[in-house]
Unconditional design. Structure first.
Length: 113
């Protein structure tokens, strides 16, 4: 069964190639705990039908579904489905709350959806 999951946070690695910028995605579970997946975990989960991701739009723009894509250089990444809005929903998301120190330590401990 596929789970619809909102991505609320991203950890970005500042690079010139936007396909390689996002390293980790995450959100908040119903119980209020922050969850996190590495980019490969999120891509694999979307590809195998475990997760159907979506992200809220930047600046009040509509939400968009998020799908795995493969770049021309062969790297898998997550991309919002074209919604007619130029802003990239994922790249405009904030970093994890309290990042980097305490949250990233918790994420490294293996918190998952």
């Amino acid at each position: 069964m596929t789970i619809d999951v909102e991505i609320k946070y991203v950890t970005k690695n500042p690079r010139m190639d936007p396909h390689l910028a996002i390293q980790r995605v995450g959100g908040v579970n119903l119980d209020g705990r922050v969850w996190s997946l590495t980019l490969p975990e999120a891509v694999n989960g979307a590809r195998n039908g475990t997760y159907h991701f979506w992200a809220a739009g930047a600046g009040g723009s509509p939400s968009a579904w998020v799908e795995p894509q493969i770049s021309a250089s062969g790297n898998w990444y997550l991309k919002t489905v074209a919604d007619g809005i130029f802003a990239d929903n994922l790249l405009s998301l904030p970093d994890f709350p309290g990042a980097p120190a305490n949250v990233l330590a918790q994420l490294a401990a293996g918190l998952r959806i």
